[in-house]
Design a protein around this ligand. Structure first.
Ligand SMILES: Cc1cc2nc3c(=O)[nH]c(=O)nc-3n(C[C@H](O)[C@H](O)[C@H](O)COP(=O)(O)O)c2cc1C
Length: 261
């Protein structure tokens, strides 16, 4: 359903671009982010879906995706209510599934033209996938102009509103000021104190995130941000390195914000 958000008469940003927030969400996390972006911008918003929705549980969805990936099957898109050609900017939202956008996004980009549009990807995920899913979408939509997007772990969804506001200001969609952050320090070996931060942030995550082998850090408002490099073996037994961002608020529990593979 298309909804014009309250108290805003036109779906325009400060620089008069018409914005649509178009999203898919299976379990509600991406919906929450989409609604926040739309209300921040006073943009139109539409949830899209496919004709044969993914309404099974987690395991059923995983199973269906794997089968569809093997057979290259895509459910047809349910017709959109919005007319994409009416908009300059599309905020395209989705959960990350297997490192790329959820399958309904593939149905969308297969069937709808986005040539010449500015696309701002945004996503939610268990551990990460903004970078890999955005790169994949850029390949699928070579005639669209991509703007660096926003992603948040579903476990940190409560932190999203403040992050979204900063993201929209930084990307030029909202007026305001965002503090420039310092560069990360030089990479160093992992000391005992770093290991304790890593364990507190990542130790209880349900999937193995590897062992930290190097770290750098920087000051951020209200705490420190760490950049850990971890080493692990992939499913084929090959060594892989992963980058994990950890936020350690002063006096609070560290949490990882994203894993970049
Ligand atoms: C089929 C499937 C595959 C997933 N793959 C990933 C993944 O590769 N990486 C990740 O961090 N999270 C993954 N997740 C977790 C979802 O991205 C996460 O739960 C998301 O916030 C769900 O968003 P939604 O509530 O809007 O549907 C996967 C979930 C499902 C159902």
């Amino acid at each position: 359903m298309i909804l014009a958000t309250a108290a805003v008469l036109s779906a325009c940003t400060a620089n008069h671009q018409k914005v649509l927030v178009l999203y898919y969400s299976q379990t509600g996390a991406t919906k929450a982010v989409a609604e926040r972006i739309a209300s921040e911008l006073g943009a139109d918003i539409e949830a899209f879906d496919v004709e044969n929705p993914y309404d099974g549980d987690f395991q059923q969805t995983i199973q269906r995706c794997m089968e569809e990936q093997q057979s290259n099957a895509l459910s047809p898109l349910k017709a959109l209510e919005s007319n994409i050609s009416d908009y300059d900017v599309i905020f395209l939202g989705y959960p990350v599934w297997f490192g790329v956008a959820a399958r309904p996004v593939f149905s969308l980009v297969n069937e709808v033209k986005f040539e010449g549009k500015k696309i701002v990807p945004f996503c939610t995920f268990g551990s990460g996938g903004l970078e890999s899913s955005s790169d994949n979408l850029k390949e699928l939509l070579p005639d669209a102009e991509f703007i660096e997007g926003y992603g948040v772990r579903n476990a940190r969804i409560a932190k999203a509103p403040a992050e979204i506001e900063k993201f929209l200001v930084k990307a030029g969609f909202k007026d305001g000021e965002v503090e420039e952050l310092p560069e990360f320090s030089e990479c160093r070996d992992v000391a005992e104190a770093d290991q304790a931060v890593f364990n507190a942030a990542c130790g209880s995550y349900e999937m193995p995130l590897g062992e930290p082998v190097a770290v750098s850090e920087r000051a951020v408002p209200g705490g420190k941000e760490y950049l850990f490099t971890t080493a692990a073996l992939d499913m084929a037994g090959q060594p892989v390195q992963t980058t994990i961002y950890v936020l350690a608020p002063d006096g609070g529990t560290p949490e990882f914000t994203k894993v970049v593979r």
